[in-house]
Design a protein around this ligand. Sequence first.
Ligand SMILES: Nc1ncnc2c1ncn2[C@@H]1O[C@H](COP(=O)(O)OP(=O)(O)OP(=O)(O)O)[C@@H](O)[C@H]1O
Ligand SMILES: [Mg+2]
Length: 363
Amino acid sequence: MNRAPGLSVRLRLTLSYAGFLMVAGALLLATVWVFLLRDFSVVSSRPGEFVPLRSVILRAYAPATAAVLAFLLVFGLLGGWILAGHMLDPLTRITYATRMAANGSLSHRIRLPGREDEFRELADAFDTMLARLEAHVAEQRRFAANASHELRTPLAISKALLDVARTDPDQDVGEVIDRLHVVNARAIGLTEALLLLSRADQRSFTREPVDLSLLAEEATETLLPLAEKHGVTIETCGDITPTAGSQALLLQLTMNLVHNAIIHNLPEQGTVRVSTGVRPETVVLTVENTGERISPQLASTLTEPFQRGTERVHTDHAGVGLGLAIVRTITRAHDGTLTLTPRSDGGLRVTVELPAMAPHTDR
Ligand SMILES: Nc1ncnc2c1ncn2[C@@H]1O[C@H](COP(=O)(O)OP(=O)(O)OP(=O)(O)O)[C@@H](O)[C@H]1O
Ligand SMILES: [Mg+2]
């Protein structure tokens, strides 16, 4: 922003200090004068001769008063300049850090030493903001790199398939088409997941009354054939759980969780339990499943985009690792909380807690 140049804060503080010192000094000297003039009216300089005291005092003290005031002015200006500089020093460091951040260097921190005061509070708040910004930017960069890598993989596979088909005339065309179809479907799935992620992140959806228990039922019904294929039994239970949000996004959230619970389960005789419940201010959807043991450290990273748990799980399921990231984004967009807890005998318990719908909109 272009502004007209003005007096610096340091100069203004200096002038104020000096001004106050002058006023205080002048008042003190004036008080001394008033007392002197009141207490002595006349004085004798020679026997029998009387001289008015006022003129004597004026002659004797006026130069001294002027000298004291001049000294106070110089002292005020000099001392004020040094003091103001000292006071404003933290501000210079904060400004420098702000400029560095504006130029793209988010790793610089102010780290103002000393005890707590207004400037240090501001500097600490600024450092915290920089740390969060830096983490956010790093996350975005990681996301972009991972997304590009994931999108490149199906394209590279398609290219390899096409190259082989072109150079080898004996290739079974039907087989190539089938494989291309699978690779293409995967690329479309990934792109759709990315689009969904950005749509949910923008919160550009209308809120309508939603019952989570109905969504849980719908998701389990849709995924029942998949569960049967994996030898997993699903159990659903729970109360009516009224909340407000996007029906489509919350269904997607439930589907992702139930899908995960089926896919990342035991190789045989796995179980999944989907339940819904109402708490005083919130509604809760819980999806629990049996499976491999998961450490709390691993569980805390699973919601990161493109994060897949153990390698072994991916022998038959080529997920991209966006399912839980989408669940997290949809939960956040609905002002809810997502909790992943490893179960003690293996598997995972995922809880989504959303604000309950206010009674007056409950219809
Ligand atoms: N219910 C669960 N039980 C055990 N592990 C799970 C469960 N849900 C997720 N995981 C682990 O977390 C990882 C990330 O899950 P996420 O849904 O984000 O990706 P994905 O299932 O691998 O791929 P997709 O993008 O197709 O969903 C999974 O690879 C898996 O290792
Ligand atoms: Mg998944």
